[in-house]
Ligand binder design. Structure first.
Ligand SMILES: Cc1cc2nc3c(=O)[nH]c(=O)nc-3n(C[C@H](O)[C@H](O)[C@H](O)COP(=O)(O)OP(=O)(O)OC[C@H]3O[C@@H](n4cnc5c(N)ncnc54)[C@H](O)[C@@H]3O)c2cc1C
Length: 568
């Protein structure tokens, strides 16, 4: 808005002083831009040190040069291509027929989409899953590419990982031989990617309402009929989906897990139609459609009666960890953008970062993005250990609860970081062409709402507390983590952490005495606190390692700020 100063009917003539102020202001912006990372791996010190600690010497030594090269690609070519791809005129378009009218159910992508895809898949991140485990190695690459936002491929990569895990665990030798090599491939033109469809128009959280049917065919395969309402990566090579194998069995017990290839053996398109692509708030360069299945050929993965359980075990936990890394990338990127801006932008003759209010906002972005990064990364070696049978019962119970607690809080934090980053940039923060922040904000909001809404996750944690007393393992694990700091450089956190865990334990016990409504309301703030204490423990562990390894005290300083802010 332009408001003329009193007595001025028209803007003044620009003087030399005005011109030099304009030049100076623009130069500050140029310096901010020039100082943005040209390598996300070297720039994200918190992530780098965490990986060094968690990977172990051998894995770290082999990953490091690859990540360094990939981090540079992400910050340069990939980021530029994702930016171009997300311009409104370059978004995916539905192309249901080819030139001569044959049905293709295809999606036309701008070339920039494939630039991003080639870099992601050719990093070899999917191939890391060739052996059981592989989460740590694969997600290290994903952490870096996520700093470009969804970029058209984050959701597909997560879905592909879920399909690989399901096939490895449940697939017949024939299905494994047919699909795994291309799912694991690093050759972009050859690789298969995946999609996962659960949600129907009548409900996404309440998957037990699924009405899409699966009918067994004479040859032992299945035919899928019905409508799926949210179908991301709509042009995926392989779809993993829920469908009702027995209409007489209601709820989630009647759901099987099915693999539906896009193309049949003869090269024709399987029996489904994409009605339309959705016009979305975020994740816009990734096509999400609505689809009708009209007898699509499918294979059951595992026993059909076990479908929902398999989905939760191999797919949903994988997706929720992917979601947490995706939003961590968003939050860490917001920290780079906003932190740099505060160092260069001036107002009233001072750098804006010198104002206490701006400084506090930037500190919050930096500390909370580091908190979710370290909290999420603390869980990833456990994901690998779980697959290799290396978790105790207590650790497995802790992991199950922590994944849900962390999915919720990490995505809220990413939205906060992107939003606060926009605040630091002022009016420029609201401009799509000025920085990545508006797109990161939109992507983060989507990440809050898929893979389990906040309330669904809260309800699941509460149910798990009642049914399996998972909170006891959660509390016990946090207690162990803080206790292990005793006598080390972060020794003060042994008792401070123990007090925080005592507080959690009391609140959790109280929730279990409440009726359903009261318990769910009490759980909402408690879900935050469960996450914050987890993050503090992960930060303290990292700070102790950094001190012992001579890697500086950045995490220790971030923890001091974060813990005071969160009242831990
Ligand atoms: C861009 C985008 C892409 C997507 N892609 C896919 C995809 O590829 N595959 C797929 O399967 N799904 C996909 N989804 C769907 C997503 O997973 C669902 O939107 C999500 O699970 C929520 O379901 P719903 O939208 O039906 O909301 P609802 O389940 O109708 O929920 C509405 C509100 O009610 C609340 N609520 C529901 N149950 C409870 C409860 N028990 N207690 C308290 N509150 C409750 C929810 O938290 C929410 O606030 C996508 C969503 C988006 C936005």
């Amino acid at each position: 808005m332009w408001i003329a100063a009193a007595g001025e009917a028209f803007p003044r003539q620009e003087t030399e002083d005005d011109m030099s102020a304009i030049d100076d202001g623009r130069e500050d912006l140029a310096r901010w831009k020039a100082e943005q990372p040209d390598n996300f791996f070297t720039a994200d010190v918190v992530f780098r040190h965490a990986l060094q600690r968690l990977a172990g010497e051998e894995t770290w030594a082999s990953l490091r040069p690859r990540l360094e090269a990939f981090g540079a690609q992400c910050a340069t070519e990939m980021d530029a291509a994702a930016d171009v791809n997300n311009r409104p005129h370059n978004l995916p378009l539905l192309e249901r027929y080819d030139a001569i009218g044959r049905r293709t159910e295809g999606v036309e992508h701008h070339p920039s989409y494939h630039v991003v895809g080639r870099l992601i898949y050719e990093s070899g991140m999917m191939g890391e899953y060739a052996e059981p485990g592989g989460f740590l190695r694969s997600l290290a690459f994903f952490h870096l590419s996520s700093m470009c936002g969804e970029a058209g491929h984050n959701c597909p990569v997560a879905c592909t990982a879920g399909i690989i895990k399901s096939l490895q665990a449940l697939g017949t030798p024939e299905l494994k031989a047919r699909y795994l090599p291309r799912l694991l491939s690093r050759v972009y033109a050859e690789r298969y990617d995946g999609a996962q469809f659960l949600t129907e128009v009548q409900g996404g959280s309440d998957v037990g309402l699924n009405a899409v049917r699966a009918e067994r065919a004479e040859d032992g395969t299945w035919r899928i009929h019905g409508e799926k309402w949210f179908c991301s990566n709509a042009d995926a090579d392989l779809i993993l989906m829920t469908a009702r194998h027995d209409e007489a069995v209601g709820g989630t017990r009647g759901l099987g897990l099915f693999l539906v290839p896009r193309l049949l053996e003869d090269g024709s398109v399987n029996a489904f139609r994409i009605r339309r692509l959705k016009d979305k708030l975020g994740t816009r360069s990734m096509p999400s459609g609505e689809m009708d299945f009209e007898g699509a050929r499918a294979w059951a993965l595992g026993e059909v009666e076990e479908g929902f359980r398999s989905m939760m075990r191999f797919v949903i936990n994988t997706s929720r960890i992917y979601n947490a890394i995706a939003v961590t990338g968003i939050a860490r990127r917001a920290a780079f953008v906003a932190g740099g801006y505060a160092r260069h932008r001036k107002a009233f003759g001072r750098r804006i970062g010198d104002f206490a209010l701006v400084r506090e906002t930037v500190d919050r972005i930096e500390a909370s993005s580091a908190a979710i990064a370290l909290g999420t990364w603390a869980l990833i070696p456990m994901m690998d250990a779980a697959e290799q049978g290396g978790l105790s019962d207590e650790e497995a119970a802790f992991l199950r609860m922590a994944i849900n607690v962390n999915k919720r809080r990490s995505s809220i934090t990413a939205t906060e970081c992107a939003l606060q980053g926009i605040e630091v940039l002022g009016g420029n923060g609201a401009i799509e062409s000025f920085s990545i922040l508006p797109r990161l904000l939109r992507d983060a909001i989507v990440c809050e709402n898929w893979e389990g809404t906040h309330n669904t996750l809260t309800a699941q944690v509460l149910r798990d507390m009642h049914r399996y007393r998972l909170h006891e393992a959660y509390v016990a694990q946090l207690r162990r983590r803080f206790a292990s700091l005793e006598g080390g450089p972060m020794g003060a956190w042994a008792s401070r952490g123990a007090r925080a865990v005592d507080g959690l334990e009391g609140s959790l016990a109280e929730v279990l005495t409440l009726d359903e409504d009261a318990a769910s309301l009490r759980m909402r703030p408690l879900m935050d606190r469960l996450a914050w204490v987890l993050y503090a423990s992960a930060m303290a562990e990292q700070a102790a390692y950094d001190a012992e390894a001579g890697l500086g005290d950045e995490v220790s300083r971030l923890l001091a700020f974060y813990a005071d802010w969160r009242g831990i």
